[in-house]
Design a protein around this ligand. Structure first.
Ligand code: UDP
Ligand code: MG
Length: 309
């Protein structure tokens, strides 16, 4: 069996060599052929130079280098497109995904699982990530039809049929957590302890994570639109009832002039609801806009892979 390790990276010059060393050590004791495929997502540091020199020393090292920063999702898609493995393992370049558990992933794959997910134990994680993450999973369980699980990320082994299915989902707005779940196949998990980043800073700031969460919920299906539909319908019914009651009241008692509070509340509430719904609709239109452009997900500037697909 041939295994492809896919590593998307952006400005990780200090982490690449040590990751390479660890992965190489793991495969010394594994009876499988492998390639270590780095996707350089338009790094502005010396990541590319490090990759070039590594690939000259070690023929297992393959790299594809983008012309710009297209994002981790694009990097992963490119990795899957260019890998030639019977199975692929996607992992981060900052050693937060320990290569030591690769044999376990491979073992479970050999037992017949198409997806072996490395589940991150979130116990030791900072509270600033844990609370929004929990909130996200709570909302996502209601809003999207695939069940996302806390701690399940992109670190996983996927078999060739899964890779090919994922490649068939060619959408531009990619939310891979959902895509992995959506394609299905039988799946099992392996737990690993949360690791700190080896060097450098996380590329996902607090606000980027919130954006990512909204992306996750919106880019998967149209349930948020449904929610607006229901909210609008409910508000309309309540308003109709209120109008009827007020009308009867006027018939019976005549018009009472002071109504400042009622008017202001109605204007503000309805205005808020309309803006909210418009925002949701706008998010969808934005996504349609991007999809209809049919832009490539990434542009390759340089690579040492010969068999371009
Ligand atoms: N990454 C990438 N492109 C980006 C941002 C990040 O390829 O635009 C890579 C990054 O180099 C790392 C992985 O995605 O290998 C996860 O990023 P990071 O460690 O910053 O995220 P965190 O672990 O904090 O969620
Ligand atoms: Mg990280």
């Amino acid at each position: 069996m041939f295994i492809s390790i896919i590593v998307p990276l952006y400005n990780e010059e200090t982490n690449i060599s040590i990751l390479h060393e660890k992965v190489s050590n793991v495969f010394l004791n594994l009876q499988h052929q492998y390639e270590l495929l780095f996707i350089n997502d338009g790094s502005s540091d010396n990541s590319l130079q490090v990759l070039e020199s590594l690939s000259q020393k070690d023929e297992h090292v393959k790299y594809v280098s983008f012309s710009n920063n297209f994002g981790k999702e694009a990097g992963m898609y490119c990795g899957l497109e260019h890998c030639k493995g019977d199975a692929a393992i996607i992992m981060d370049s900052d050693l937060q995904h320990p290569p030591e558990i690769i044999p376990e992933l491979v073992q479970l794959h050999n037992e017949g699982y198409h997806q072996v997910v490395a589940l991150r134990d979130r116990q030791n994680e900072s509270i600033f990530k844990k609370i929004p993450a929990n909130l996200f999973y709570k909302i996502s369980h209601r809003m999207i039809d695939v069940k996302l699980k806390s701690g399940e990320g992109d670190f996983r082994l996927i078999s060739r049929p899964v890779i090919d299915s994922i490649l068939n989902l060619t959408e531009y707005n990619r939310f891979s957590k959902g895509i992995f779940e959506w394609v299905g196949f039988n799946k099992t998990t392996v737990t690993f302890d949360h690791q700190e980043r080896h060097d450098g800073k996380s590329k996902f700031s607090f606000f980027k994570l919130i954006d990512y969460g909204i992306d996750g919920i919106i880019s998967f299906n149209n349930k948020p639109l449904r929610v607006c539909f229901y909210l609008g319908g409910l508000t309309m019914i309540v308003c109709l009832l209120y109008i009827m009651v007020t009308f009867v009241d006027i018939l019976l008692h005549g018009i009472e002039a002071p109504g400042y509070f009622t008017i202001i509340s109605a204007i503000l509430f309805l205005g808020g609801l309309q803006l909210f719904s418009l925002g949701v609709i706008g998010e969808y239109i934005g996504r349609i806009y991007y999809e209809t452009k049919h832009r490539p997900k990434y542009i390759i500037a340089q690579s040492n892979i010969k068999h371009e697909k």
